[in-house]
Design a protein around this ligand. Structure first.
Ligand code: NAD
Length: 362
């Protein structure tokens, strides 16, 4: 059976980087036996221009019929002034909500050839390979009641609600334990159980779930300590699981250990393994149309898609090895280039990865 993949190029550099993913998937089909059908649809600013909505009905129908989706990036200054619910970024929130994409997987992986690009010492980060699993559709960003009100004494106050129920904790827990089972078998759950009741329940549910995953070693950290450990000694972690707010902050912090925004893939998964895969970076309007975008975060997102939604783990490994090989050979786009390097463009980097992949077939 063929895998159905929906391609959502989006705006600005989105179409350029998704074009490289398209070429990579065709190479995997032609040379490595991947059975895949690609469809294309609009999301974001291009969807507003073409169909009047950032997440049109036509895109929703194709998304629901797909096994996985690959997004470039959405947004740009030309859509900043339009009404709020038509902004490109609303399209992204809407597709996550419509498809129940509650598990955000954010790897932070440092390829040996880029160890000098990190803000931390090379010996602290070389070989870093962490996966942060963040709950994406609950917690304090969505809890009710919320608002800004005026109290009886005239003071205004802003308030939000941090609430997690056992179903929400269990489903993100299962996603994290499953991911840890496929990796080094170490899962660190991050909370603030010494202060917050929602975290107390979180810790209790994670501990109960661990009985179902004897191959995974579960540990717990308070979020303040987790942040400290991430910058002190990040290689101690394999998989971390946490709620929406803590995950938002910790995943950006871990990502920056790798030094470049052009290298970071991500996934948002539903309960059945269908996922939306995308680079962490935005649409980079400042370099759009110049063949300067780094396509590697998008190609690494394809690797995540192969592993997590298409059950093609061996091909995912091949793509990651090809990216590692081109970096070791010295290929650099402008965002990665050091003084003295001659940077290559988006297309040439895509060519290099495909050549490295084909070299594995020989
Ligand atoms: P950005 O990530 O687009 O760009 C930040 C900086 O990083 C820019 O200098 C850009 O040139 C550079 N950069 C980003 N990706 C790169 C790549 N692949 N190769 C080389 N350099 C790269 O963030 P921004 O400028 O704050 O936002 C631009 C637009 O993207 C905004 O409209 C924003 O809302 C949108 N955005 C979308 C997403 C998404 O689609 N998931 C995420 C973040 C921002």
């Amino acid at each position: 059976m063929s895998h159905k993949v929906l391609m959502l190029p989006g705006d600005h550099i989105g179409p350029d980087i998704v074009a490289e993913a398209d070429r990579l998937l065709h190479c995997l089909a032609d040379d490595f036996g991947l059975r895949v059908e690609l469809e294309y649809a609009h999301l974001g600013g291009c969807a507003v221009d073409a169909e009047g909505q950032p997440f049109p009905e036509s895109t929703r129908a194709l998304a629901q019929a797909s096994d996985a989706m690959l997004l470039g990036a959405v947004g740009g200054p030309e859509w900043d002034a339009i009404e709020r619910d038509k902004r490109p970024e609303r399209g992204l929130l809407a597709i996550r909500e419509a498809l129940g994409l509650f598990a955000n997987l954010r790897p932070a992986m440092l390829f040996p050839a880029l160890a000098e690009a990190s803000s931390l010492r090379a010996d602290v980060v070389a070989g870093l390979d962490i996966l942060i699993v963040r709950e994406l559709t609950g917690g304090i960003y969505f809890g009710q009641p919320r608002g800004i009100r005026t109290r009886d004494d005239g003071l205004r106050e802003g308030f939000n609600t941090l609430v997690y129920n056992t179903d929400e904790i269990e489903r993100i827990g299962h996603a994290a334990f499953a991911a840890a089972s496929r990796r080094q078998g170490q899962l660190c759950s991050v909370d603030k159980a010494n202060v917050l009741e929602s975290s107390e329940l979180w810790r209790e549910v994670m501990t109960d779930l661990s009985a179902q995953y004897p191959q995974v070693e579960l540990s717990h950290l308070y979020v303040d300590n987790a942040a400290m450990q991430l910058v002190r000694s990040p290689k101690q972690f394999d998989v971390m699981v946490t709620g929406n707010l803590f995950g938002d902050i910790l995943s950006d912090c871990a990502a920056m250990l790798t030094g470049s925004i052009g290298m970071l893939p991500s996934a948002a998964l539903d309960a059945n393994g269908r996922g939306l895969y995308e680079p962490v970076h935005g649409s980079a309007p400042d370099i759009s149309g110049q063949d300067r975008a780094n396509p590697l975060a998008t190609l690494l997102s394809v690797a995540m898609m192969l592993r997590h939604s298409l059950a093609e783990g061996a091909l995912a490994d091949r793509v990651e090895r090809a990216v590692e090989a081109v970096l070791a050979q010295g290929w650099r786009t402008a965002d990665l280039a050091a003084v003295g390097d001659t940077p290559v463009g988006t297309r040439a980097m895509g060519d290099a990865v495909i050549a490295a992949l084909r070299a594995q077939a020989d």
